[in-house]
Design a protein around this ligand. Structure first.
Ligand SMILES: N=c1c2ncn([C@@H]3O[C@H](COP(=O)(O)OP(=O)(O)OP(=O)(O)O)[C@@H](O)[C@H]3O)c2ncn1[C@@H]1O[C@H](COP(=O)(O)O)[C@@H](O)[C@H]1O
Length: 112
């Protein structure tokens, strides 16, 4: 657990750190280095990490899946930050969806 002692806010703290790294020198931080490579590279890394998580999910190793899932969340936030999509915007979309069943949402989609 972090010094803040609050795992529940870990994603918010991570997103804030990533945001701050936009102004950091690439040689001072992994995040800054990745952001400096551009949104396409950030997206590629997210894809790689996603595949690694999928592999662990299929294997069924819970500890390794949790570790890979953390990598996926980090690289998802970096990819979105590279396109100036912040956690607040993602959370707003999640909030908008609250209370709507996925089944109902799918049924309401235009047929095509
Ligand atoms: N959560 C993470 C996190 N997860 C993974 N990684 C890094 O992401 C990198 C991905 O590893 P890979 O083996 O896939 O990368 P690679 O070896 O370069 O592989 P290739 O590019 O050659 O394919 C590693 O260097 C990991 O350390 C992370 N780096 C940073 N964070 C968080 O971001 C914060 C800020 O980090 P800095 O920006 O480095 O200060 C940290 O305090 C953490 O909270």
């Amino acid at each position: 657990m972090s010094a803040a002692g609050d795992n529940g806010a870990a994603i918010a703290r991570l997103a804030a750190t990533i945001e701050a790294r936009k102004d950091a020198a690439p040689d001072s931080s992994w995040t800054a280095k990745l952001l400096a490579k551009g949104p396409e590279k950030c997206a590629e890394k997210f894809g790689e990490e996603s595949v690694e998580a999928i592999i662990e999910a299929v294997k069924g190793d819970r500890a390794r899946l949790a570790s890979e899932a953390a990598d996926v969340l980090y690289h998802l936030l970096v990819m979105c930050a590279a396109r100036d999509v912040g956690l607040a915007e993602i959370e707003a979309e999640l909030t908008r969806r609250e209370g709507t069943s996925g089944i109902a949402e799918k049924a309401a989609r235009p047929k095509g």
